[in-house]
Design a protein around this ligand. Structure first.
Ligand SMILES: Cc1cc2nc3c(=O)[nH]c(=O)nc-3n(C[C@H](O)[C@H](O)[C@H](O)COP(=O)(O)OP(=O)(O)OC[C@H]3O[C@@H](n4cnc5c(N)ncnc54)[C@H](O)[C@@H]3O)c2cc1C
Length: 412
């Protein structure tokens, strides 16, 4: 006689920041949680590996900050944004003060996904989640009578049945696609990400260089003055560059660096510390973030563009919102689409303004004269540069930028 399959309260697909953080919250709350990922940790992931300052308290709350600090990550005081004409402006996190005149945040972290994601998975396991690595989701079934979902893996690993599923399976979410919740974007980009050593004149600031409708970000990954390991993330248009980089991403990346006016003289001595990773179709939108028995969290809930480097913060913050709703649904024994729709409302209310700012930044990246103009304005009005890095650093609200006074000063 075969025994009945175990029923989890929650099954979470994807153990990136969104999935692991969700697992920690729900396991701490006493729910029976399964966390699965197709990968095995630690593993590398194409990402610019900068964490906005507001992510740090969230990591502390998740219990991983000490472990991350022990890996000796980089600490960035702000950003220097280089326009196509070679000029740059600088925004400092520390310039934003509270009412007592103290800086809200001094730095953002720059930590490899190899270390960050591993620390979060370990914390999820320690919190009581059952973690299955090398478990790749193939199919998702819904039983309308029991309202349970069953996840079926590729291969012969055992399926998992749960009362609620969190889809934290990233940008190209299998679950969002299967349920018809995602829609493709017309914006097609490819990102190439490497770890390089030997870039001259790295500082305690992250750098974004924009030229020729491409951009590249530099995030030093070691404490300033102790090493020069640097994350280099190049984002290009798929239509224009896909053919030229096919089969030779690393050569393409190194050649492309020389096309940025304020980088070309700094890369003569570079060596490759980690091979270039590539990813494409960076922009996805979700039609809805929930369905019966399912919540989308992290990139699966939509992602626009890496320029502002907020995806990890959004994944961690989104996990807080999703798990609050999940907790309420499990407690009420109601995982219907109608109950879970409150997640859509809360998520959009929390994150809508940021999306508008990302769209404005993307417009500037695509129109070089506009970027040059913005650079000139920001150099003249440093407080505006400090404001935009604080907003994209997730510790000032979007309206600090999305207001007529700020936007007018930007164009005049
Ligand atoms: C080029 C680039 C640069 C970026 N730079 C930054 C940055 O500097 N700072 C920042 O904050 N954000 C950055 N981001 C965004 C950031 O990487 C994401 O927002 C973040 O990883 C989202 O976390 P997540 O947990 O939702 O998804 P992911 O981190 O993508 O995790 C999803 C997990 O799901 C697993 N998975 C997928 N499919 C399956 C399946 N079928 N079965 C089982 N497991 C599955 C994957 O193995 C993966 O581990 C960048 C993104 C890109 C593309």
């Amino acid at each position: 006689m075969s025994s009945a399959p175990e029923i989890y309260d929650v099954a979470i697909v994807g153990a990136g920041p969104a999935g692991s953080a969700s697992a920690i919250h729900l396991a701490r709350a006493g729910w029976r949680v399964a966390l699965v990922d197709r990968g095995t940790f630690p593993r590398h992931k194409p990402c610019a590996e900068y964490l906005s300052p507001a992510a740090e308290p969230l990591l502390r709350d998740l219990g991983v900050l000490d472990q991350i600090a022990a890996t000796r990550p980089g600490r960035l005081k702000g950003f220097r944004i280089y326009a196509p004409d070679g000029t740059y402006f600088q925004g400092d996190f520390a310039a934003t003060k509270d009412t007592a005149g103290a800086s809200l945040f001094e730095t953002g972290l720059s930590v490899t996904r190899y270390h960050l994601d591993h620390a979060l998975v370990q914390a999820a396991r320690a919190a009581g989640a059952e973690v299955r690595e090398g478990w790749r989701l193939a199919q998702l079934h819904y039983d309308a009578v029991t309202t349970q979902r069953t996840l079926v893996p590729v291969g012969d690993a055992a399926p998992i049945t749960a009362r609620l599923v969190l889809a934290a399976d990233g940008l190209h979410s299998t679950i969002a696609k299967r349920l018809g919740l995602q829609r493709e974007s017309r914006m097609r980009k490819i990102a190439l990400v490497a770890h390089l050593r030997g870039i001259a004149d790295l500082s305690e600031y992250g750098e974004m260089h924009v030229a020729g409708r491409r951009y590249v970000g530099l995030a030093p990954l070691e404490p300033h003055g102790t090493g020069d390991l640097c994350n280099v993330a190049l984002v290009v248009d798929e239509a224009r560059d896909a053919q030229a980089l096919a089969g030779r991403p690393q050569e393409f990346l190194l050649a492309a660096l020389a096309t940025f006016p304020k980088l070309k003289d700094r890369i003569a001595q570079v060596t490759v510390a980690r091979q270039t990773l590539a990813t494409s179709h960076l922009c996805v939108h979700a039609r809805r973030l929930s369905a019966a028995g399912v919540l989308l969290v992290g990139d699966a809930a939509g992602y626009y563009d890496p320029f502002t480097g907020e995806g990890i913060y959004r994944a961690l913050h989104g996990a807080q919102i999703a798990t609050t709703v999940a907790h309420a649904a499990l407690t009420a024994r109601d995982t219907s689409a109608a109950f879970l729709a409150r997640y859509d409302r809360r998520y959009h209310a929390a994150l809508r303004g940021k999306h508008q700012i990302e769209q404005i930044i993307q417009l500037a990246v695509q129109v070089p004269p506009l970027m040059n103009h913005i650079s000139a304005i920001m150099r003249r009005r440093k407080h505006m540069a400090d404001t935009i890095v604080a907003v994209t650093g997730d510790f000032r609200p979007p309206w600090a930028v999305l207001n007529p006074a700020y936007l007018l000063r930007l164009v005049m």
